[in-house]
Write a protein that binds this ligand. Structure first.
Ligand code: GLN
Length: 456
């Protein structure tokens, strides 16, 4: 813990930690020492970790990287961060992210972006660590902590993991409690671990999962010992390669990464099968209707009364002006865009044309996966991202769709509620990490991690 705290002090330029909690960390580390000595130590006892700023942590600023939550210190602890503390993990502080987890580059954060510790060749250009869990990814990749929590609504664990050469898993929807995690799109949001390797992911995921009566979508299922399932034996497993993911203009090195990954799994005894997920091309537009719709509803609670920031009011201003000024000042551009898109697609005249249609297409996307799993496929292999980490400032606010295209391989998994893991799979020509994604059957994270283990 002390070594990590020192590393964090020395890595201010990465802007990964936005609130440091050294007192809490040292106190928990001492308690962990005592537990270790007593011989009654849980699996994560004494392991220093970072917590994404989207998780409410008791008495510690929890702002979801938004100005609108300025000064908000929750009086409660999210279920997942509580479970990690119960498992002995030591919180070092809160990690940078895109505002309300909306973004793919960490550039929408009110704290300014986190920076990827990796560089292109011998260039100095600072690169994005990805988003929204960019601070988590940068912190783990730069050894500021042993692991971190992330959340994934449309790729926010897997894309930053791929951009920084670490491992990240989004479990099945319902595996981890969403209680105490600031809501973005409630039917898509899931927490998950971001770690240095698959074994760490298995250990941390076990601590994060479990039924929680405080989240009505939390699954009442036993949590297996995921680590014990890492045998490395994948003989006879059927791995699907979805042809619709072979996008036009896919860079040759991503194509090669994918082929090499399939070859590695084949070498380990798996059978590689071509499959079709015919509704894939509708995934991005479907996601960018459903996620903003749910976000616009979830974010209605930030009214200047109940939490955080309230704008200064002029004489004669009433409640409407208070809402308008507070929300105009408190929300950044991307969040405002999502609220506008979301309220538009939910509005009386457009509800059927956009929101309802997106819900129907979502069902078709889910069915594509059900069909291939019913046909005996155990896991699906795809690239995690369409490129390696890009330069900060390279994608601009002027063209949000360019940024949204980053999520092309990841959003289907959230729409279908499936588990998906990103594992590092080599470097591109400029020496930047690239990741592969494996998608598994619902509730079979253990099996999925074991397949990912074979790719390590
Ligand atoms: N890039 C996606 C978005 O902006 C990722 C969101 C997420 O997974 N939190 O919506």
């Amino acid at each position: 813990t002390e070594a990590c705290l020192a590393a964090i002090e020395g890595a201010g330029a990465l802007n990964a930690f936005v609130h440091k909690t050294p007192e809490i960390a040292l106190e928990r580390a001492r308690a962990a020492d005592a537990r270790l000595q007593s011989g009654d130590a849980p699996k994560m006892c004494g392991l220093p970790i970072g917590i994404k700023d989207l998780f409410c942590t008791r008495g510690v600023p929890s702002q979801a990287a938004s100005r609108i939550l300025e000064g908000f210190k929750p009086e409660y602890e999210s279920t997942v961060s509580q479970q990690l503390a119960d498992a002995g993990a030591v919180m070092l502080g809160k990690l940078n992210m895109d505002e309300f987890a909306m973004g793919s580059s960490n550039e929408t954060s009110c704290y300014g972006n986190a920076v990827n510790p990796w560089r292109r060749g011998n260039e100095d250009t600072p690169l994005t660590p990805g988003g929204s869990s960019g601070g988590s990814a940068a912190a783990v990749a730069a050894d500021l902590c042993l692991a971190a929590t992330g959340t994934d609504t449309g790729g926010s664990i897997r894309q930053p993991a791929a951009f920084t050469g670490i491992t990240g898993i989004k479990p099945t929807y319902g595996r981890c409690s969403r209680w105490g995690i600031v809501a973005f799109a409630s039917s898509l949001d899931q927490a998950g671990p971001m770690t240095k390797d698959v074994r760490d992911a298995a250990i941390m995921l076990e601590a994060m999962c479990g039924h929680d009566p405080k989240d009505s979508t939390s699954a009442d299922l036993a949590v297996p010992d995921f680590e014990a399932m890492l045998t490395g034996d994948i003989r006879g497993k059927k791995i699907g390669i979805p042809r619709e993911y072979r996008m036009d203009g896919m860079p040759a090195e991503i194509e090669k990464l994918w082929t090499d990954g399939a070859a590695m799994l084949k070498e380990a005894g798996a059978q590689i099968v071509d499959i079709s997920l015919p509704h894939t091309k509708y995934a991005l537009p479907t996601y960018y209707v459903i996620a903003p719709a749910e976000a616009s509803s979830n974010l209605a609670r930030y009214d200047g009364v109940r939490y955080g920031h309230r704008a200064k009011l002029a004489k004669g201003d009433g409640i409407t002006e208070m809402y308008e000024k507070t929300r105009a000042e408190g929300f950044g551009h991307e969040v405002q865009r999502r609220v506008m898109v979301g309220t538009y697609v939910l509005s009386a005249g457009f509800y059927d044309a956009y929101y309802n249609r997106a819900r129907k297409v979502r069902t078709l996307i889910k069915k594509d996966f059900e069909d291939v799993f019913a046909a005996g496929i155990d896991a699906i292999l795809t690239p995690a991202t369409p490129s390696a980490a890009f330069g900060l400032g390279e994608m601009t606010d002027a063209d949000p769709v360019q940024m949204y295209l980053n999520d092309v391989f990841t959003v289907t998994v959230n729409l279908a509620g499936l588990p998906g893991v990103a594992v590092p799979a080599g470097l591109d020509q400029q020496g930047l990490p690239l990741g592969l994604q494996l998608i598994g059957r619902p509730w079979e994270e253990g099996d999925l991690l074991n397949t990912a283990y074979a790719l390590e």
